[in-house]
Design a protein around this ligand. Structure first.
Ligand SMILES: [Zn+2]
Ligand SMILES: [Zn+2]
Length: 764
């Protein structure tokens, strides 16, 4: 006997080896929130809603009810209930009644895995498969297979899909009444249709509840509650939340049937409501789309992802994912430029930059209000989003350096198009994405350290082990701190009109942006815990006059912060140990000299920030009548006076002259001096070297000459093709008619310093 058993066992193991049982099930892919609830589900390949229930979603109540109902000896038999099989054979052969009660849960699994016509041979095969299942899987895993395959009518398969579609919850949140209702449907999936036959289902359900009660399966109070529970369920639509995000995750995790994301279900839902309500008001102004991304600054996880405010709005392209759409950033890259310039020692918050008309390589930017403000501090320029100081700073920093910083912070498109990018980059002349911008600002909140955004826990796993991402230092902690201080300032023009009373303003640092043509409104803000990026506009690309970062995007940013994190602590701003402060001259923001009496406190980075002394005054030697000034070569041994006079830069002098602003000019240089001056030659500001100008010949259209010259220059002399053309005041504008197609233009100042340019003219 023992030998027979031994040989049978060997045979079984041999067949098991060559014909293993297959349990790969085509599940419907799902994207889950961080708590494991389903946000979005897709049909399985065979068009079934078959969503995998995890072991932890199969509660003891569910397990007990199913085992009691389907196979009471499930935990004690080896896959086949020998007694039941014997009974069935006897019943069937004696034609007493046909019974299928012999099927254990394991055998039902075997049949559902490989459905075959009901014959005695197939029944034997089923039993063999059951033994195999029992050999390779635990009882709980077999029950899990059963619950994942069991049909619930129509194309719903498995208990998870059923509980999501009928009760909008995962199986681990089902009540006993719901569990029991679900457990009876698989027996008659076509005549017990949830929503249609609810009265019948209740009758059947209660029958089983009474049986549970008789067997003391559950406490009587729980049974009584279940008996009294109404049944209002009907089939709901498939979970279809966060469509753009789900699509993005599926693309990143192909073949993954269960994608656990980083999204916070409640925060997502709250934000969706806030955004939907806000955009419904904006539709009156023809602003139809919004996108929002919220990042946890500590874990770098996306907690909320709103690709568009209304996915169903096909007319306004609601299916577009605005979080990864490439748009013009307006002014939103300016903070990074100022931060990089802090780190390169070019500026500190109180450094003075002249906001005056400029022309850099033919590029003449304007401020949003077309005004010029003269000397302003760097922090004022950033807070007020002035364009001219930003362009000057970018020119000083170098476009290449800045692009390097941007690519360190993950700006892919900017890096790809780096060869075509010029100074207009800082005013929005490039393409960026909301996720790139939001991640950048999150790095400001992290002491300048950039971490890629995470959408799933796997994003930080490599071969199953967590990766300790050290982050990339895009800015120093000191630069990040100075930026945060400036950007959390409340006296600024991009505070929305409705918030002027300073009520309900969250304690955050933020920056707005409005793209050229008013096509994009941005507002990106952060506090210690969260960074929120907001974009508003039209996916169609239509610009809208009312659209602005300050008045359209920022109110939504504030609402989101107030709605999600209104209790945030105010103590999040702590200076890093590397930063220090010092007194600087208010005229220049530089280290004060003896003549600098107006001093202000300023942050700086010791060893990095410039220690250059202030030069807002310079010492000049004048003749005793103060009519001429001297240089070292013509300074007489006696009879001169030494004086401190304001040191006004050529561009500022030109700006003052144009606006009739009084300032102290130096008297002309000693006419008897024979020295050839070095130093600043005039800069030709109108007509750009190497450019071709189109001129309408018949109209006798004229070209404009202008320059900026040093403070001590009174007259400049213009030459065209080496022929004297005109003498003008230093900052006077002069028109001329082009005499030929190739022109050499020279500008010489009264110190003999000369600048040449060459231009081409095309007569049309
Ligand atoms: Zn000074
Ligand atoms: Zn001289």
């Amino acid at each position: 006997m023992a030998q027979v058993v031994f040989i049978a066992a060997l045979l079984f193991l041999f067949i098991d080896k060559i014909a293993p049982v297959k349990t790969d099930i085509a599940f419907a892919p799902v994207v889950e929130a961080r708590d494991g609830t389903v946000l979005h589900a897709y049909l399985a390949k065979d068009q079934q809603w078959r969503i995998k229930a995890r072991l932890d979603e199969i509660t003891p109540e569910l397990r007990k009810a199913i085992v009691f109902k389907e196979d009471r000896h499930f935990y004690h038999h080896p896959g086949i209930n020998v007694l039941a099989v014997w009974r069935a054979i006897v019943n069937n052969t004696s034609h007493l009644k046909r019974t299928s009660g012999a099927s254990t849960i394991t055998m039902q699994v075997a049949r559902m895995l490989d459905p075959q016509p009901r014959t005695y041979l197939n029944k034997c095969l089923e039993m063999f498969r059951s033994l195999q299942l029992e050999l390779h899987y635990s009882k709980d895993e077999i029950l899990q297979l059963y619950l994942n395959l069991v049909p619930y009518g129509s194309n719903i398969q498995g208990v998870k899909a059923a509980s999501l579609f009928y009760f909008s919850k995962t199986p681990d949140h089902l009540s006993l009444a719901e569990i029991t209702a679900l457990s009876i449907i698989p027996n008659r999936p076509n005549s017990l249709v949830m929503g249609k036959d609810n009265a019948l289902i209740i009758k059947e359900r209660n029958k089983w509840l009474h049986r549970f009660s008789e067997s003391n399966l559950f406490p009587q109070s729980v049974i009584n509650d279940a008996l009294a529970e109404p049944l209002t369920a009907s089939r709901h639509a498939a979970p279809n939340g966060v469509p753009q995000f789900a699509h993005r995750l599926r693309k990143n995790h192909p073949g993954d049937m269960e994608i656990r994301s980083s999204l916070d279900r409640k925060m997502q839902a709250d934000a969706e409501n806030i955004v939907a309500e806000y955009v419904s008001q904006l539709k009156l102004h023809n602003i139809n789309n919004a996108s929002v991304l919220i990042i946890d600054n500590k874990t770098h996880e996306a907690l909320t992802y709103i690709g568009s405010s209304d996915f169903a709005d096909r007319y306004h392209f609601g299916q577009v994912d605005g979080v990864c759409a490439l748009r013009s950033p307006g002014s939103t890259l300016k903070p990074l430029l100022y931060g990089v310039s802090f780190d390169h020692g070019l500026i500190t918050p109180k450094t003075i930059i002249a906001d005056v008309p400029i022309s850099i390589k033919g590029y003449s930017p304007e401020n949003y209000d077309k005004l010029f403000r003269g000397n302003v501090t760097a922090e004022f320029a950033l807070c007020n989003s002035l364009n001219i100081p930003a362009v000057k700073l970018l020119d000083k920093e170098g476009v290449g350096n800045f692009v390097t910083a941007l690519s360190k912070a993950g700006f892919e498109s900017v890096f790809r198009s780096r060869k075509k990018i010029g100074l207009s980059l800082i005013l929005g002349g490039c393409g960026v994405r909301l996720d790139e911008l939001t991640t950048l600002y999150s790095s400001f909140a992290n002491g300048g350290k950039y971490f890629p955004i995470r959408f799933t826990p796997q994003d930080t796993l490599q071969q199953g082990k967590p990766v300790q991402n050290p982050g990339v230092q895009v800015l120093s902690p000191s630069a990040g701190y100075m930026l945060t201080r400036i950007l959390s300032e409340l006296h600024r023009p991009d505070l929305p009109n409705a918030y002027e009373e300073a009520q309900g303003i969250p304690h955050i640092a933020w920056k707005t942006g409005t793209s050229y043509g008013r096509k994009d409104a941005w507002s990106i803000g952060y506090n210690k815990r969260y960074t929120i990026g907001v974009w508003l506009g039209n996916f169609s690309g239509a610009g809208v006059q009312e659209l602005s970062g300050a008045n359209t995007a920022t109110p939504l940013l504030f609402r989101l912060f107030n709605g999600l994190d209104h209790n945030s602590a105010n103590d999040w701003l702590e200076p890093p140990k590397e930063i220090s402060f010092r007194l600087v001259c208010a005229e220049t923001g530089r280290v004060p000299d003896d003549f600098c009496h107006n001093q202000v406190m300023d942050y700086y980075i010791p060893g990095v920030s410039s220690n250059e002394k202030c030069d807002h005054y310079k010492e000049v030697w004048l003749s005793s009548d103060e009519k001429y000034c001297y240089c070292t070569s013509c300074l007489p041994p006696t009879g001169y006076i030494s004086k401190l006079l304001p040191n006004v830069s050529p561009e500022l002098a030109s700006f003052y002259d144009a606006g009739n602003v009084a300032y102290t000019k130096l008297p002309p240089h000693n006419p008897a001096c024979s020295r050839v001056f070095k130093g600043q030659a005039p800069i030709i500001t109108s007509l750009t070297n190497g450019m071709t100008y189109l001129v309408e010949n018949k109209e006798q259209q004229k070209l404009l000459l202008s320059c900026t010259a040093a403070n001590d220059v009174h007259k400049v002399y213009w030459y065209i093709n080496d022929k004297f053309y005109a003498a003008t005041k230093a900052n006077e504008k002069k028109f001329f008619s082009a005499p030929s197609q190739v022109l050499k233009i020279s500008c010489t100042d009264d110190k003999g310093r000369n600048t040449n340019i060459e231009i081409r003219v095309k007569f049309i």
